[in-house]
Design a protein around this ligand. Structure first.
Ligand SMILES: [Zn+2]
Length: 278
């Protein structure tokens, strides 16, 4: 009788060890995941209309804004850039007269953006207003422009982008439906998307140039205010739509610091969509 008892005793010991291990794993998993899930306050920071090398790296002039990429790096933030396909063609550096040629091509900048851990998605090839273009040229042209933009992004990233932000969020329902059938996911400011996947229009383009219409008291503070309003409705995940602008870059440190202080974590759009499960 001794041997079976001994065997039973040893079996119990193993069982106990396994139980202890399971409990330990559970505790580790709980301590690692529960705070992140419970306090899953997420920001997907996005920038349209690039690549604009003079914004990403800054211009070498006294008093000029720092480069957007360095600002993001310094703050440990990964963002998503929505690029126009035409810029991702060889030797393109931007366009006159509003942009400065700093001797870096858009294509080289895009590769660097990717290397620094950011995501690149699709903002069409031509940046045409897709609703108006559909009226003038037909839906096939719209689908073609989006596909061409996707191919341009793929030439940099190696994979076809899924996310599309139509210029000015303007897209007719039929084209939207057909693009979704082709595997694209559309970012919009309209109620077509659930609130967590609905872009927050930062209005940062109003701060460019003379900036007369720039939100007061500052772009950063007005965006924080919008987020606080959404929080009051129980929404703690936000897609922020900005542009590649120097006036936006100068507001980023204040905005990022304020949002981090509120407990937000910055993720790319792909990561964001996975985490909010939309
Ligand atoms: Zn745009």
């Amino acid at each position: 009788m001794l041997r079976p008892r001994a065997r039973k005793a040893s079996y119990d010991a193993t069982e106990m060890l396994n139980m202890k291990r399971s409990l330990l794993l559970l505790l580790v998993a709980t301590s690692l995941t529960v705070p992140a899930v419970a306090a899953e306050k997420l920001i997907a920071l996005t920038f349209d209309d690039g690549p604009r090398p003079y914004v990403l790296y800054g211009v070498k002039q006294p008093g000029a804004a720092p480069g957007m990429l360095d600002v993001l790096d310094r703050n440990g933030v990964k963002a998503t850039f929505f690029y126009m396909g035409w810029r991702l063609t060889p030797k393109t550096w931007g366009e006159t007269p509003h942009e400065t040629n700093i001797g870096v091509t858009c294509l080289d900048a895009a590769h660097d953006v990717l290397k620094r851990g950011h995501e690149i998605e699709n903002h069409t090839y031509s940046h045409a207003d897709l609703r108006k273009a559909e009226q003038k040229k037909g839906e096939a042209w719209v689908l073609g422009d989006v596909e061409r933009g996707a191919e341009a992004v793929k030439s940099v990233t190696g994979t076809k982008p899924v996310w599309l932000r139509p210029p000015d969020w303007d897209l007719a329902d039929d084209a939207r439906g057909d693009l979704e059938k082709h595997g694209f996911r559309i970012l919009t400011i309209s109620g077509q998307n659930p609130v967590a996947m609905r872009d927050i229009n930062s209005l940062d383009y109003l701060c460019a140039g003379k900036g007369a219409g720039c939100p007061k008291p500052s772009l950063a503070q007005s965006v924080v205010k919008v987020i606080e309003q959404r929080e009051r409705h129980g929404v703690y995940t936000h897609v922020l739509a900005f542009h590649e602008l120097t006036t936006t870059t100068t507001q980023l440190p204040e905005l990022i610091t304020a949002l981090k202080a509120k407990g937000y974590r910055f993720v790319t759009v792909t990561e964001y969509a996975r985490l909010v499960k939309n």
